[in-house]
Ligand binder design. Structure first.
Ligand code: ADP
Ligand code: 5GP
Length: 203
């Protein structure tokens, strides 16, 4: 049984890159990893469920959580014109239970978490901007104006990639999934070595 706080794992990627697809596959194959459900003021996409994909709130509700003392959010940011934030309580409870918590957040949020905690940070990049455009259009969940905004932001987000511990290029999906899973397993082992200071019992 694990007797220490779980890791905080920050995952960022330009929208449409395949992050959600990768996360779902890794979660299905790595026990002890949970997904932090964010709050957002964006409207739900077809098929998205409140409390599962996001907590969908209006701006007033979002601001009320923000204004709690201490803030109800570990981090929050405006992304593509909507507000997104990571609730503090859920993350702290899950980590205290020894679970590793995965935050799917943008580059601004990642910077806030880096300053406040000691996360493992992973950036996922598309093979090219052209391919990113194809994936965004193929997903069919945004109109052309929103796609243009997200593609325009992708170039800026890519500049932050060097600030992350790891970079995964999501070209072949299976390889990207295996890369993220491997990173998380290795980080668990790396962190475990300094947790107790006790020698390993070889008997
Ligand atoms: P994100 O969560 O990063 O916005 P999604 O996971 O929704 O992106 O993926 C965007 C689209 O790209 C989806 O239609 C998904 O099926 C597709 N996709 C994801 N990874 C790959 C890949 N390696 N090759 C081709 N298509 C992919
Ligand atoms: P989408 O609208 O496509 O679900 O997400 C858009 C962007 O918002 C993605 O880059 C995603 O990582 C980011 N995002 C989702 N939740 C949060 C959050 O809680 N905080 C921050 N800072 N970004 C988030």
């Amino acid at each position: 049984m694990r007797t220490y706080d779980g890791m905080l794992v920050v995952l960022s990627a330009p929208s449409g890159c395949g992050k959600t697809t990768i996360v779902k596959q890794v979660m299905a194959n790595l026990p002890g990893l949970v997904f932090s459900v964010s709050h957002t003021t964006r409207s739900p996409r077809a098929g998205e469920k409140d409390g599962q994909d996001y907590y969908f709130v209006d701006r007033d509700e979002f601001k009320a959580i923000c204004d709690q003392q201490p803030s109800g959010f570990i981090e929050w940011a405006e992304v593509h014109g909507n507000l997104y934030g990571t609730g503090r309580q859920g993350v702290e409870e899950q980590r205290a239970a020894g679970l590793d918590v995965l935050l799917d957040i943008d580059v601004q949020g990642a910077e806030q978490v880096r300053r406040a905690a000691d996360p493992v940070t992973v950036f996922i990049a598309p093979p090219s901007l052209d391919e990113l455009g194809r994936r965004l259009r193929g997903r069919g969940s945004e109109d052309e104006k929103t796609i243009a905004l997200r593609l325009n932001n992708a170039g800026k987000e890519m500049q932050a990639a060097a600030d992350y511990d790891y970079l995964i290029v999501n070209d072949v999906l299976g390889e990207a999934v295996e890369s993220l899973r491997s990173i998380l397993i290795a980080e668990r082992l790396r962190r475990r070595r300094t947790l107790t200071g006790e020698s390993v019992d070889l008997e």
